[in-house]
Write a protein that binds this ligand. Structure first.
Ligand SMILES: [Zn+2]
Length: 311
């Protein structure tokens, strides 16, 4: 509804700060920095946006609980106990500075490829604050029926799809987030911290690959899930010497800590020929430019190792 018209309205211009081609979504609510022709990497940041346009309604704190079908209907105006307990919505807290971290990660990956433009990753960002749109939810919960927010959601995921199509070969997708639940960074590959398909096991069985966001990479490389998820060459393995991270060789599981295994975007944008991770960065590694760039550089080293050896 109206999406075809909006695509025609996209602006293409050259950004002065990064000298990159950037596509803007309608009203600048979504931006896409186009990567180089030889990159495999697509980076997204759904929750770092700061725009709060007055004409877009705030997303409510909860949806409406439909007890007959045991499901949530995402519309405003429900405040019953069942609605609040069953259909809670995260809207107030954005992932501060992850907009910058996403670009700095792209900078670091390009720098480690000797600055070659053709190896620069694609970067897609939602510039709206999470109180207006949650791009990492399915459409109902994301936009609560608001047409303008829904359009931004379509453009956000449309840009990620476009970036993935531009990649020759297999995709490596990185969804960048921040959390303040505890002091460990988290690397999610859609495996929960516990349960039959969780990573709270002495040795991770390879059968877990089918439930993960790294199945293609596991099958093609022949590297065990144990190594990929928390071995020395896991993403957490590269970060752990410098930053407390789970899972990693030191922190094999998350213990009693909360753990985010990955959300809507990681599920949607990985699968056949597309691998991905959700990065949850603690505040201490995104609070200012200096710490963000240091963290981005270590993360870039890990990602490049994977691209060269496993993808
Ligand atoms: Zn987030």
């Amino acid at each position: 509804m109206g999406f075809t018209f909006s695509v025609a309205c996209l602006l293409l211009f050259v950004s002065t700060s990064y000298q990159l081609q950037v596509k803007n979504g309608t009203n600048g609510y979504v931006t896409y920095q186009i990567g180089g022709r030889r990159t495999n990497v697509v980076i997204s940041a759904p929750h770092g946006g700061t725009l709060k346009p007055g004409n877009l309604p705030d997303r409510p704190e909860n949806g409406c609980y439909d007890s007959a079908n045991d499901e949530c209907i995402y519309q405003a105006g429900c405040s019953g106990d069942d609605d609040v307990s069953n259909c809670k919505v995260l809207s107030e807290l954005g992932d501060w500075n992850t907009q910058h971290l996403a670009v700095e990660l792209a900078d670091s990956i390009q720098a480690r490829f000797k600055g070659r433009k053709k190896r620069r990753p694609h970067v897609v960002r939602c510039e709206l604050h999470r109180s207006k749109l949650d791009a990492n939810r399915d459409l109902g919960e994301a936009a609560f029926g608001n047409a303008e927010a829904a359009l931004a959601w379509e453009e956000y995921h449309g840009f990620i799809d476009e970036a993935k199509r531009a990649v020759r070969g297999n995709v490596f997708y990185i969804d960048v987030h921040g959390h303040s639940l505890h002091d460990w960074n988290m690397i999610g590959v859609l495996l929960s911290k516990s349960g039959s398909n969780g990573f709270n096991k002495a040795v991770l069985p390879d059968r877990l690959a089918q439930y993960s966001s790294i199945m293609q990479l596991h099958v093609d490389s022949g590297v065990s899930m144990e190594e990929l998820v928390r071995g020395n060459t896991s993403i957490g393995g590269f970060l752990q010497p410098f930053y407390e991270t789970a899972p990693s060789p030191v922190n094999k599981d998350a213990g009693s800590r909360a753990f985010y295994s990955g959300g809507y975007s990681l599920r949607r944008h990985t699968g056949w020929k597309a691998n991905g991770i959700q990065v949850e960065a603690i505040y201490a590694v995104r609070s200012d430019e200096t710490v963000r760039k240091a963290f981005a550089d270590k993360l870039a080293k890990a990602i490049i190792y994977w691209i060269k050896n496993y993808l």
